[in-house]
Write a protein that binds this ligand. Structure first.
Ligand SMILES: *[C@@H]1O[C@H](CO)[C@@H](O)[C@H](O)[C@H]1NC(C)=O
Ligand SMILES: *[C@@H]1O[C@H](CO)[C@@H](O)[C@H](O)[C@H]1NC(C)=O
Ligand SMILES: *[C@@H]1O[C@H](CO)[C@@H](O)[C@H](O)[C@H]1NC(C)=O
Ligand SMILES: *[C@@H]1O[C@H](CO)[C@@H](O)[C@H](O)[C@H]1NC(C)=O
Ligand SMILES: *[C@@H]1O[C@H](CO)[C@@H](O)[C@H](O)[C@H]1NC(C)=O
Ligand SMILES: *[C@@H]1O[C@H](CO)[C@@H](O)[C@H](O)[C@H]1NC(C)=O
Ligand SMILES: *[C@@H]1O[C@H](CO)[C@@H](O)[C@H](O)[C@H]1NC(C)=O
Ligand SMILES: *[C@@H]1O[C@H](CO)[C@@H](O)[C@H](O)[C@H]1NC(C)=O
Ligand SMILES: *[C@@H]1O[C@H](CO)[C@@H](O)[C@H](O)[C@H]1NC(C)=O
Length: 603
């Protein structure tokens, strides 16, 4: 009897081991997949073999107990003994009627291979994203403060490469000691023009070369976010009463689909009649307002967009009739802005999202006064109020920082300035560079519908494109923005999130226990039944070895039958129908016999 318990116990242990083994693999990277599945197969085989052994042993107790309980025909007994090897033996109805428990156990044994088939499959492999919140090197951010102290006569160098300023300057004298000496803003640097132009045409921020590889490392995607203070355009459609033009110029009333006034009050170039290096031709003293930032041109944008669900008519004359256009005017002012930008590198492609922009204060806090000429000795006729907020070159740090912001703003303004008009004869008349940018929809040749937010984003693309050239002064380590980055190899570590797609083991414990649970239950029931059968067999543990069978058939009762077999080895069919029993037989009058042998009961 112990062997039944031991086999049952072994089966349960193997099932638990199988579960533990798969548990330990769950979620780990799928390496040596076949080997792991084979180990799982071995455990499920051990479990199956043990459960089967325990069930088979119980089955044998049941056979003998059945003989004791019931009288069975010899055919039925044949079937009972054969059922473990020959499933067709189950077709005998008499067995089902008289030996239900034994047949249940036989079916369980025949189903037990399912264990080996079903359980290893509960471990599968599926792609999953590994997320590691860690730190990455080479992450750069923007920091405009070094622009304030940049000195073109002695620019900072990193690894012997000159750090580039955003703004270029003219001077009033070659002699720095000269009392009338000062530097004044000339123009945006060529490098800024280049990166801005590329970003305008690329329609997204220009990434640094190999940036994804430097930051994420090969085989990884990664993302991080940076915060910095820079310039930004704050747009609003509120104060259109101050607009220099009205919607009467725009479709459907007028014939323009786009009008941008972005250069009104612009810094004049040249500021004064000058020679090489911007040194004025006239003698000192120079005009007081030479090189002064008076105002930052406000962007005035008017545009027409299609009403929802309408298509653009081919002819201007149809426009009014068809009522397809609506027009809108908005303005944008240049502000110092706090940004938060998240960078996402996925398959080596850079994707940026501005997650937060907080407008702090106007970069030059004055308002342009139209039609009022300054006539102050410079070539700049701009007047703005209040004059107290003008920014003078001698206020050097503030002036240079303003110059940097102003240079970037000028890049945007130059790209979007101009008009676009409809003409029946020539189609559209384009007088702006904006058509090459993401502000225009080239299908309809109209400005994009959400022009206001796209304009802000267009400017942010230009600003983020500064990161493409690590030799800009404004490019700094994200982990320590006080330090210029130079060529960003290595550098301090900055927090970032790395992700990687890889195959991991996925273990479905529920499915595994569904299968094992069923078999544990069946085996447990069979152990209990085996135990009960043993007590029915007067407490002896039976087997179905040849000797046991011969021993059981020694009694004289069977001699009443005609056991002569024919030439094929089959016994006469009447013999098969004869009913026999075994051991203790209870008759109506109480206990009749308690024989250790088979007896024969005639019909
Ligand atoms: C994340 O990456 C770091 C460094 O590459 C490594 O030490 C750490 O174990 C990783 N963490 C996880 C959860 O993979
Ligand atoms: C700066 O000097 C150059 C001559 O070297 C001149 O062409 C340019 O117009 C000057 N810029 C300004 C803003 O005066
Ligand atoms: C547009 O108008 C012109 C003349 O104004 C006419 O020749 C042309 O056929 C019109 N085109 C369409 C598509 O109606
Ligand atoms: C990065 O971009 C990929 C693809 O566009 C996207 O699936 C992923 O969610 C993004 N990650 C973050 C942190 O935004
Ligand atoms: C400024 O405007 C006045 C007229 O108000 C004009 O005479 C003068 O030439 C202008 N100056 C420049 C530099 O354009
Ligand atoms: C900007 O566009 C306006 C028309 O919208 C035009 O009058 C002005 O001359 C343009 N400015 C420059 C610098 O091209
Ligand atoms: C656009 O309309 C204006 C008047 O509003 C007119 O002067 C101009 O010639 C028109 N342009 C075209 C291309 O039709
Ligand atoms: C910045 O540079 C200073 C001096 O070179 C150095 O002490 C400091 O550690 C650097 N900071 C970072 C974040 O690299
Ligand atoms: C990076 O992300 C993309 C898009 O989500 C994905 O197709 C690719 O497999 C990822 N690369 C790695 C190395 O995980």
């Amino acid at each position: 009897m112990w062997s039944i318990y031991i086999f049952f116990f072994l089966g349960v242990v193997a099932a638990i081991s199988h579960h533990a083994f798969y548990m330990s693999l769950d979620g780990t990277e799928a390496k040596q997949q076949l080997v792991m599945l084979r180990y799982g197969g071995v455990l499920s085989y051990v479990s199956k073999a043990s459960f089967m052994a325990s069930i088979v042993l119980s089955f044998r107790q049941q056979i003998w107990a059945t003989f004791r309980r019931n009288l069975l025909s010899i055919d039925a007994i044949d079937s009972l003994f054969a059922v473990m090897e020959d499933p067709t033996a189950m077709l005998n109805l008499e067995v089902f009627k008289n030996a239900k428990v034994a047949m249940f156990l036989a079916i369980a044994v025949w189903l037990s291979p399912l264990l080996v088939i079903l359980t290893p499959g509960t471990l599968t492999v599926e792609p999953r994203t590994l997320v590691n919140i860690t730190s990455c090197s080479s992450v750069t951010t923007l920091n405009f403060t070094p622009e304030a102290t940049w000195e073109w006569r002695n620019p900072p160098r990193i690894h012997d490469v000159i750090e580039l300023s955003i703004a270029w300057y003219n001077t009033t004298s070659r002699n720095v000691e000269d009392p009338d000496f000062f530097d004044y803003f000339s123009a945006a640097s060529q490098q800024v023009e280049l990166s801005s132009r590329i970003s305008a045409y690329l329609q997204k921020p220009v990434p640094r070369r190999n940036v994804a590889l430097d930051i994420c490392g090969s085989g990884w995607n990664c993302s991080y976010s940076i915060a910095f203070k820079g310039p930004g355009y704050k747009c609003s459609d509120q104060d259109i009463v101050n607009s220099p033009f009205t919607t009467s110029l725009l479709l459907p009333e007028g014939n323009a689909s786009y009008i941008a006034h972005a250069t009104v009050g612009d810094y004049a170039k040249p500021q004064i009649d000058c020679g090489e290096g911007g040194i004025p031709l006239q003698t000192p003293p120079y005009p007081e307002r030479l090189g002064v930032f008076r105002t930052d041109p406000v962007l005035w944008i008017g545009y027409s967009s299609l009403k929802e669900g309408k298509t653009k008519p081919a002819n201007l004359s149809e426009v009014i009739k068809a009522d397809v256009f609506q027009s809108k005017i908005f303005s944008c002012r240049h502000y110092e802005t706090n940004y938060e930008v998240s960078f996402n590198y996925s398959s080596q492609t850079q994707d940026t999202t501005v997650t937060k922009r907080e407008f702090l204060k106007p970069i030059i806090d004055t308002t342009f006064i139209p039609g009022q000429d300054a006539n102050d000795g410079t070539r700049d006729n701009t007047t703005a109020a209040p004059e107290a907020n003008y920014i003078y070159p001698k206020d050097m740090e503030k002036y240079k920082l303003t110059a940097a912001y102003y240079s970037l703003g000028a890049q945007l303004r130059n790209h979007i300035n101009g008009t676009m008009q409809f003409d029946d004869e020539t189609g559209t008349i384009t007088k702006t560079e904006a058509t090459n940018t993401k502000l225009f929809n080239l299908e309809t040749y109209l400005p994009v519908e959400n022009l206001m937010s796209q304009l802000q984003s267009f400017y942010e693309d230009m600003i983020l494109s500064l990161l493409s050239n690590p030799h800009f002064l404004v490019v700094a380590w994200a982990a320590g923005p006080a330090n210029l980055s130079g060529e960003p190899k290595g550098g301090p570590m900055y927090e970032c999130t790395k992700t990687r797609e890889r195959n991991v083991f996925d273990y479905r414990a529920r499915d595994l226990w569904l299968v094992y649970g069923t078999f544990i239950l069946i085996s447990f029931v069979s152990v209990v039944l085996g135990r009960m059968a043993r007590s029915q067999n007067s407490g002896t543990f039976r087997n179905d070895r040849f000797s046991s069978i011969v021993g059981a058939t020694r009694g004289p009762h069977l001699d009443h039958l005609d056991w002569r077999v024919d030439s094929k080895g089959d016994m006469p069919p009447e013999v098969g129908k004869a009913k026999i029993g075994y051991g203790l037989v209870i008759s109506n009058t109480g206990v009749d016999h308690n024989l250790g042998e088979i007896f024969f009961k005639s019909e």
